[in-house]
Design a protein around this ligand. Sequence first.
Ligand SMILES: [Zn+2]
Length: 385
Amino acid sequence: MHESLVNFVQENEKEQFRLLRQLVEQQSFSRFKAGVDAVGKWIADSLRGTGMVLDVVRESELGDQLVFRSPAYRTGVPPLLLIGHMDTVFPVDSPFNWFKDDGQKIFGPGVIDMKGGLVTAVFALKALAACRLLEAIPLTFICNSDEEIGSPASTPLMQTEAARSLLGLGFECGGLGGEVVTGRKGKAGYLLSVKGRAGHAAFAGADKASAILELAHKIIALEQLNDARRKIVVNVGVIKGGIGPNTVADAAVAEIDTRFLTAADCVDTAANIFRIAAECAVPGTSAELHQTLSRLPMVQSAGNRELFRVISGQADKLGLPCLEELRSGVSDMNTIAEAGIPVVDGMGPVGDCDHCDREYMIRDTLPSRTKLAALSIVSSWEYFR
Ligand SMILES: [Zn+2]
């Protein structure tokens, strides 16, 4: 069985790169519905004939969500859950719009984030179908449309599917050393608004109620929350305020991003930020704080590590490197992990520089990661069922 799966991927390498090219050449910015839907159509076309049954969740503004289920899927039998997003961060008119293959690396928008991962999952499923394994392994494959903007529409769908699943495999890119991701930091964002009292700069003395001055005090306190030991990150990334140098600022705002490894660190950091917001160094000013988004960490649980060991056992068979990674950025697997099932991410091909015009994939890793995915699906089903 092992050999027929590997052979199928080898025999279909050209088709894999062809689908990759189609997906990369189709711009699919999260808010470009027609582009995301076109990517979905290529994926659905490619899975035709595998027996995967497609359920489309229509969206009016964003791309539709696709939910594929294998012929073995039965209510009440927890399936494997595979996840990949179809959107990218690149606007429809982005100058980064090429597909370049130099024989070693492939460059293009979304080539590893995460059209490469989608192709990996699709061809792993095609290999399983060719070996009639989709009739034996219950499996759900979600292609969502909005990961790069925080998955506002697809989160409830993912939560529902995660709750009824056996385990989760995410197809974001693998690490440069062949890593698979067993944990991810959590993330919370905040908007801090400070109000002061406007006045003419020429007549305002030291006792002016400047919103900018108060915000400056708060920014220094916020940045002091960075903690290298606990790997807590606090970044004030945007500030705005004031209308001119001759005016005392009556309003100023800061946008804050925080990252943490554990739910407890999330709570602690939030408490500290609320405390700093409530403190007042400049009399006459006041502040308001709103949490704008929050994703819990994907903790490196015993279940995730067990799943990783099953996958690295298959990597050994294929002679592929497979190390464990704790990744700083968040993905949809943070949401899937909340269901308490074993999850890993980074099952896609290897590459780097995503979210910028140097984004690339290491060419060989598309077929090799596809073989790994196909074998891992079979072995994780056998191990966890
Ligand atoms: Zn991304």
